[in-house]
Design a binder for this molecule. Structure first.
Ligand code: FMN
Length: 334
């Protein structure tokens, strides 16, 4: 197959990558092998810092990615309240990222200037690191731009993980954020193929982020039953939960999720919910392929997952399909 050149957007030019396709953070799944495979395929892989609890392990993971690829990749630092990870862990991640001079950081949750002060932004910039914040609202995007962030991930309520409880869809959020800030915007949520990528670019995005789609790839180190389950399931097979404890999530509809929602509906609190959704349970579920063991935080985009390709096949197919979609639309308007 003919190698394509770089697709020119603010994102590919900022990082010197071929395609504006970025992997979103995935706790327990965004590890060196998957991260490097995505970057080697011309996109941008993700190393999720929360997978590592000590300095040596996190630094080793950064080095492992670098052994597998010479291309840039993002590190995710999630600044949500957590039982397992403390502000000390977050400080350690920032330190290692600066020392290792990673290309970029995807922050989510509390903005880094609020969590660690405006000087944290300065330190990251001095280390040459591009910083992006994942937001679900225009007001949060405007805050990030003012704080000195380099770009925005505009995450609609379709996304897996923790969509903001404003519940605005990617279709509306992307153009609203693109018209409200002057830094690059990447659309997140509901994206898993070339059609959704083309749509995001038309809405004003400079690139796309996907996470669930990358679970069903050859390089993702998850139990094969999980990949089969994602291919089998549909766009209506996810559900929102967690609003009652102030941290909304979107996960696959399973028995565990039904139990969690039942606890929330009868007013059960965090203490009762925690045993069902601990990090260790989620990790075990991915590893054992046991979808009913814990909440699996996937997005509505699973409705678009039909196969389990390599990351290179997936990204090449997306680019071909996005090009065809945009040519068709262009033809309609000529
Ligand atoms: C399994 C899984 C784990 C995730 N873990 C995190 C996380 O630790 N931190 C974070 O900011 N986002 C996390 N997310 C959210 C993604 O980074 C991304 O915003 C979202 O999944 C995009 O929607 P999509 O999965 O439909 O592409 C996770 C998503 C998935 C699917």
């Amino acid at each position: 197959m003919r190698e394509r050149g770089m697709i020119k957007t603010a994102i590919t030019e900022l990082f010197g990558i071929q395609y504006p396709i970025i992997c979103g953070a995935m706790m327990w799944l965004c590890k060196p092998r998957l991260c490097a495979a995505i970057s080697n395929a011309g996109g941008m892989g993700n190393l999720t810092a929360g997978n590592y609890e000590c300095e040596d392990d996190f630094r080793l993971a950064v080095k492992q990615v670098r052994e597998l690829t010479d291309k840039p990749f993002m590190v995710n630092i999630t600044l949500h309240p957590s039982v397992r990870l403390t502000p000390e862990h977050h400080r350690m991640y920032l330190k290692i990222c600066c020392e290792e001079r990673v290309a970029g950081i995807e922050f989510s949750g509390t903005p880094v200037d609020i969590a660690f002060g405006p000087e944290a932004v300065m330190r990251l910039k001095e280390a040459g690191i591009r910083i992006f914040h994942k937001v679900g609202a225009v007001r949060h995007a405007i805050h990030a731009e003012k704080a000195g962030y380099d770009g925005i991930y505009a995450a609609g309520v379709e996304e897996g993980g923790h969509p903001l409880s404003d519940d605005v869809t990617t279709m509306v959020l992307t153009p609203r954020i693109a018209e409200s800030v002057n830094i690059p915007v990447v659309a997140v949520g509901g994206i898993a193929d070339g059609r959704s990528m083309a749509a995001a670019l038309v809405l004003g995005a400079d690139g796309v982020m996907m996470a669930s789609r990358f679970i069903a790839t050859k390089e993702c180190e998850v139990h094969p039953d999980i990949k089969r389950e994602l291919v089998r399931r549909h766009e209506f097979d996810t559900v929102l939960f967690g609003k009652s404890i102030g941290l909304q999530g979107r996960a696959l509809k399973t028995k565990t999720i039904a139990d969690i929602i039942a606890i929330e509906e009868r007013g059960g609190g965090l203490a009762e919910l925690m045993p069902h959704m601990s990090g260790q349970r989620i990790r075990d579920a991915w590893e054992r392929g046991d979808v009913d063991h814990a909440p699996l935080m996937v997005g509505q985009s699973i409705g678009l997952i039909k196969n389990v390709p390599t990351c290179k096949e997936l990204i090449n197919d997306m680019i071909t399909q996005a090009g065809a979609c945009l040519a068709r639309v262009n033809g309609i308007f000529q």
